[in-house]
Design a protein around this ligand. Structure first.
Ligand code: GDP
Ligand code: MG
Length: 490
């Protein structure tokens, strides 16, 4: 018989590698036989018992704590056994193998990624948004992301969705109850204040949507690519941006921490900063490979920092190369306001270059003003609001703080010290669909062309879209996809 979703499962629950403690965890409908075999005796519920973990010959593999969480009071809602052993990879593999052997009769098998949490979801221990928050908490790359994942896990997001759902349920009941009396449609809409109720639901969905968008930002962050000619200061700016935070950041998933990219955080928002090979013509074969990779990274960027060297302004070759790069920049980046011109090396620049740069970041100042006083002002310049051009020095750090603020704005972050819950793109999409159906519903509730049956259908669709967030209406393949991204043992 093939593996069944209901078979008991087991996995090492702690991270690979050596540690003080390592945990093997099993979950199933009835683990009595497994407990008897590995622990040599029954365990009292939710009590830690120090004992030897036994192999098939009754010899101790290791000694540690065993805890039995009888169903349904456990993480998965099933019988759960936790064996806390010494945290060595070999010990844990021995213990895991022993469990599989001892549980063969009951069809105990290795857990798939996320399968423990999936069972918690299927047994109504968590809704889907909470289950996702488990993974997001584990994956969180900043403190703010971790805290907001904690809020989602404890149900903050689900509760807001629940409030909205209650509004929709009430509306649907009213509308569907009136469907049988078509001649009273208009009266009904008035009497039930249907339009006001729809408007209230729309206001709620807008509020939840705004917060969910912030949550997505906290979870996913933005990818900012540094590009420009060789030697304009890209790598220096990466270091300046990373600055003192290097110690508490984690690398972008999938890349090694080779100084080519760093994840920094700005007010808790993860910002993945990617350094690229300098763009130029006439490079040799090897360099050309690097340059074509730079262009690929530019295409994929959420925001592009196009670096310019103020000390080389006016040099014919430099300017020609700038124009060449500018012409190739993806239109989408420029139209979306996601291109920031960074005029670097302000500490070493002088004269006209400064005047022009300043004129670009602050169009209010005419470029033709006498050079020197302006140059002084630029050197001491306060941060500007302009997000699309900044003057800075990667060397001295002047203007870098303004750039960081600009990046947050560009990302669409509104400081909300508390109350942000983690969210995913699929949540935002579901909320958007809810919103669209409510907009349709508004039109259908207008006295001039009120159509109750169509209105009822739009409300049902809005309700279903909302249900996808918490898992009330979620296709199985989506569930599979969500849980497969978890780590093994969770
Ligand atoms: N004076 C000054 N020099 C800088 C600044 N930023 C970078 N440099 C220098 O410019 C040169 C090239 O910098 P680098 O970061 O390697 O440029 P990249 O090729 O674009 O990565 C180095 O000698 C840096 O020290 C700056 O803000 N001011
Ligand atoms: Mg470099």
């Amino acid at each position: 018989m093939p593996a069944q979703p209901s078979d008991p499962i087991v996995a090492v629950a702690t991270a690979a590698g050596r540690g003080a403690v390592g945990i093997v965890r099993a979950s199933g409908r009835d683990l009595t036989a497994l407990i008897e075999a590995v622990c040599g005796r029954p365990l009292s519920a939710r009590h830690a018992t120090y004992l030897p973990f036994l192999d098939a010959d009754g010899q101790a593999i290791d000694r540690g704590l065993a805890i039995h969480f009888p169903a349904p009071q456990s993480y998965t809602g099933e019988d759960v056994l936790e064996l806390q052993a010494h945290g060595g990879p070999v010990v844990l593999q021995l213990l895991l193998a022993r469990c599989l052997q001892a549980g063969a009769q009951m069809r105990l098998r290795l857990a798939e990624p996320g399968e423990f949490t999936q069972r918690a979801f299927l047994n109504d221990k968590l809704d889907l948004a909470q289950a996702e928050a488990v993974s997001d908490l584990i994956e969180a790359s900043t403190e703010a992301a971790a805290r907001s994942a904690g809020r989602s896990l404890s149900g903050a997001f689900s509760n807001e969705v629940g409030v909205l759902r209650a509004q929709l349920v009430e509306l649907r009941m009213l509308v569907e109850a009136t469907l049988d009396f078509p001649e009273e449609e208009i009266d009904f809409l008035e009497a039930a204040k249907a339009r006001q109720r729809i408007a209230a639901a729309r206001a709620t969905v807008d509020a939840v949507l705004a917060r969910a968008r912030q949550g997505v930002l906290l979870r996913e962050g933005i990818t900012v690519v540094l590009a420009g000619q060789p030697n304009v200061g890209k790598s220096s700016l990466l270091n300046a941006l990373a600055g003192a935070e290097l110690a508490i950041v984690t690398p972008v998933p999938g890349t090694t921490r080779d100084k080519v990219s760093e994840t920094i955080q700005i007010e808790g928002v993860p910002v993945h900063v990617v350094d690229t090979a300098g763009l130029r013509e006439g490079a040799d074969e090897v360099e050309r490979i690097g340059i074509s990779r730079s262009w690929a990274q530019i295409e994929a960027a959420d925001a592009l920092l196009f670096l310019h060297d103020l000390t080389r302004r006016g040099e014919a070759a430099y300017e020609a190369a700038e124009a060449h790069i500018q012409a190739r920049l993806p239109a989408a980046l420029m139209q979306g306001g996601r291109l920031v011109h960074v005029h670097n090396k302000v500490d070493a620049a002088e004269g006209l270059a400064l005047v022009q740069a300043w004129a670009e970041v602050n169009a209010a100042l005419p470029a033709a003003l006498p050079a020197e006083p302006i140059a002084e002002r630029v050197k001491a310049a306060a941060p500007t609001d302009a997000a699309d051009a900044v003057v800075l020095s990667a060397k001295t750090g002047q203007g870098v703080a303004a750039l960081r603020t600009g990046l947050l704005e560009l990302a669409g972050w509104h400081a909300q010290p508390d109350g942000v819950f983690i969210a995913r793109t699929r949540h935002v999409q579901a909320l958007q669909r809810t919103r669209e159906h409510l907009a349709q519903a508004t039109a259908l509730a207008e006295p001039a062309h009120a159509a109750l049956d169509l209105l009822a259908e739009e409300l049902r669709l809005a309700h279903d879209a909302l249900g996808e967030i918490t898992g009330a209406f979620t296709p199985d393949d989506l569930l599979g996809e969500i849980f497969s991204r978890f780590c093994i043992g969770k």
